[in-house]
Design a protein around this ligand. Structure first.
Ligand code: MN
Length: 361
């Protein structure tokens, strides 16, 4: 049996050193626990080229804990900060094995327990298709490729980020050469597809690289047995946490009543974004409440978006709005019935309508 852990797009960075290295540690731990013989790292292991020199000592120390082999290809991010055409890896990154400068592909031939497999590692390049790759007839049980780029059938939407639109991968030559598994990197959300008998899979980024990357972060574990069919499973990484986003509204007096219930919906490894909207009388009060919340929130990272928050004074410069506001306040203070309406909602709706009509003139 050959069993490998497939990951990509960890984006180790000095900026988030502790967090990104903690996820690398869990990846190695997972590979050991799953009894993997190999780890495949399919590009963008480092966020920028300068991160290689800065973090290589820590990375090597962590990777040395793994008793099997580690195959690696550089992605487009390893080139960031370099002059075009320069090969991104000049340092010795063993125990990782990877294509060297000038090598357009590296072939590893592996055998374990009567199971044989070829692993082809392609360093990132912007054009990889029928015209520049050719394979000899398959003589082993499994053929695996390590690739970094956008497989268009697996990625339905190619924008607005130009990142996804460059580096198109054509999987046809791999299918024609009877590959069994394409170990892909570049796309940060996990996905896979089987075409014919070939699995094409992005494990997704094993950590949160950018805000908005929601869902559990995971790696792929692939088992190659004697029957010639790879078996794929996902393994969630708990140290990566999850990205969680909440939309809350502030009351006119600046309180955010749902903040309390939100804090029970994330944990210390999570990355949190809270969008606050509404109309408030005094922006300072709501800012103070939100700052205090951020200081005490138990999570890895928190960001609050206040751009949808409006102050009533700005709107009340409009004489119609001012009249509406005063009438509403009067009605509110004279209210004696049991079921009081949501005054804040009425105010927000009313002011929004007045603002919209004012804009039409
Ligand atoms: Mn990439």
């Amino acid at each position: 049996m050959i069993r490998f852990l497939h990951t990509a797009d960890l984006h180790l960075s000095q900026k988030e050193k502790e967090y990104s290295l903690s996820v690398l540690r869990e990846i190695v731990f997972a590979a050991i626990e799953e009894k993997c013989t190999h780890i495949l790292i399919c590009g963008d292991l480092f966020d920028r080229n300068s991160d290689i020199a800065a973090l290589k000592k820590d990375v090597i120390e962590i990777l040395k804990e793994f008793p099997g082999k580690i195959f690696y290809i550089p992605g487009n991010h390893e080139e960031l900060g370099l002059s075009p055409g320069d090969y991104p890896i000049s340092a010795d990154l063993s125990p990782m094995s990877y294509p060297q400068k000038g090598e357009s592909v590296k072939l590893w031939l592996e055998e374990n327990d009567g199971v044989s497999a070829e692993f082809f590692g392609f360093p990132f390049r912007r054009n990889l298709d029928d015209s520049n790759i050719q394979f000899k007839p398959k003589t082993v049980l499994y053929r695996i490729a390590l690739l970094h780029g956008t497989e268009t059938k697996l990625v339905e939407y190619l924008g607005p980020s130009p990142e996804e639109a460059d580096s198109i991968l054509d999987s046809k030559p791999f299918q024609d050469a009877h590959f069994d598994y394409l170990a892909l990197g570049h796309i940060h959300s996990k996905r896979h597809e089987t075409s014919g008998s070939m699995i094409k899979a992005y494990p997704g980024s094993p950590r949160i690289v950018s805000m908005g990357e929601s869902g559990p972060r995971s790696v792929n574990i692939i088992s190659l047995g004697k029957n010639g069919t790879p078996v794929l499973k996902h393994r969630v990484l708990s140290s990566a946490g999850e990205y969680k986003e909440f939309s809350l509204s502030a009351t006119l007096t600046g309180e955010v009543p749902d903040l309390v219930s939100v804090s029970s919906q994330f944990s210390k490894t999570d990355t949190v974004k809270i969008n606050v909207s509404g109309i408030v009388e005094d922006e300072h009060i709501v800012s103070e409440i939100l700052n205090r919340f951020c200081e005490t929130a138990i999570c890895r990272k928190i960001e609050i978006k206040k751009s949808d928050l409006k102050t009533s004074s700005a709107l009340i410069d409009n004489p119609v709005a001012k009249l509406f506001y005063e009438k509403l306040k009067e009605k509110q203070s004279n209210w004696s019935g049991a079921d009081a309406p949501d005054w804040n909602q009425i105010l927000v709706l009313g002011l929004e309508q007045i603002e919209k009509n004012a804009g039409k003139k």
